[in-house]
Design a binder for this molecule. Structure first.
Ligand code: AOF
Ligand code: ZN
Length: 355
């Protein structure tokens, strides 16, 4: 299953609204288990992983085991149900990682296999597979994008220094990891205050992954978005969406430079976040990485709209007049559980998911 999870990453982000799933066909003819077929959801989302793996395995699929990172589908869509294709190929055992919340599947894939006498072991390495299928799973279950809150904290628990613009909290290796994280989301979201303070680019600048920068979304409830920032100047290269209430005059210049305006509702001078996420979800945006600043992070947390937290902790203290974080270093945020821990140079990354 670990090998299947790694294979599924090959097409991550390249299968439209379909998740990138992998399937391995494994058989043991007395010399130990051998992989006789591999498949990953095709570019654009079809064919699904299972028929690709089964085609490679051919007759060797008979009596074999299929490892699949998502429950095989049970519906007649643009392709026949994968559960039926596995049955027809003579597979005798299916090991799956995560159940598929799509209402057309939702347990029916496993049931179909069992009804045909196929042994089913569900839930193998479920948490690892779910981490990669995060966007798809949350979007299907909640009808809105999965939200990752990324925060970088200094050792004294600060997000930055007031009025100092961008302050380095983590080193180069952790920053590269942030860029990789950006490439694995559909959108990056920040507040206009961070645009004014930091003038960030919010792109993925890892060699070879430059084309994988996701769309950038700026919350601008009071029409403060400056038209001469890096974001606006590069809006023709990387999709840039300004979320603002309808009818603000400054919009014309932003539109002329390639930004899109998404009309939003506001509550007490702030963007109504549940409605915004619902709107983005309806447009097929499956995941959003929230990158700042402190008040946007606090709003997402207060509204219970954060599904996972990526908490980078640097080793240095900022001192002075720092910007306090809504989360404390070393502590698990209330309502979340630790799901992973990594070290990048001198910095630590801890990942939490909602309980
Ligand atoms: C699988 N194997 O490789 C994938 C699956 O529009 P369709 O007909 O392609 O169906 C999309 C749904 O298929 C999607 O929502 C999810 O339930 C499932 N994706 N299933 O058996 C795969 N990618
Ligand atoms: Zn399928």
């Amino acid at each position: 299953m670990a090998a299947a999870i790694r294979l599924a990453r090959k097409h991550e982000g390249l299968t439209a609204t379909n998740p990138s799933v992998a399937c391995l066909i494994v058989r043991d003819d007395g010399y130990g288990p051998a992989i006789v077929g591999t498949g990953v959801t095709a570019l654009g989302g079809r064919p699904h992983a299972e028929p690709i793996a089964l085609e490679e395995a051919g007759e060797k699929a008979r009596g074999a085991t299929a490892y699949v990172t998502l429950e095989p589908c049970a519906h007649h869509g643009r392709t026949p149900p994968c559960a039926q294709t596995l049955i027809d190929a003579g597979v005798t055992r299916v090991v799956s990682a995560t159940p598929d919340p799509d209402v057309r599947v939702d347990g029916k894939g496993h049931a179909m296999l069992r009804a045909a006498g196929v042994e089913v072991d569900a839930g193998c390495m479920a948490q690892d597979a779910a981490r990669d299928l995060f966007a798809y799973l949350v979007h299907k279950q909640k009808g809105r994008p999965g939200v990752t809150l990324k925060l970088a904290l200094s050792a004294d628990g600060m997000l930055g220094r007031k009025g100092a613009g961008q302050v380095a909290i983590t080193g180069a290796i952790a920053r590269a990891q942030t860029h990789l994280m950006r490439a694995r989301h559909h959108a990056i979201l920040i507040g206009v205050g961070t645009v004014i303070e930091d003038d960030p680019e919010l792109t993925c600048r890892l060699p070879g992954l430059e084309s994988r920068s996701p769309m950038r979304i700026v919350l601008d409830p009071n029409g403060r978005m400056p038209a001469t920032t890096k974001l606006v100047e590069t809006a023709r290269d990387v999709r840039t969406i300004i979320v603002a209430p309808p009818g603000l005059p400054v919009h014309d210049e932003l539109i002329a430079k390639g930004c899109e305006i998404l009309a939003c509702e506001t509550v007490d001078g702030k963007v109504a976040l549940p409605e915004l996420l619902e709107d983005l979800g309806a447009r097929g945006v499956q995941s959003v990485m929230v990158e700042g600043g402190a008040s946007v992070a606090a709003s997402f947390l207060a509204e219970n709209l954060v599904d996972r937290i990526a908490l980078f902790e640097g080793s240095g203290s900022l001192g002075g007049e720092g910007i306090a974080s809504p989360l404390t270093p070393g502590e698990t945020p209330a309502g979340f559980a630790l799901t992973g821990e990594w070290r990048f140079g001198d910095d630590q990354l801890r990942e939490f998911a909602r309980n």
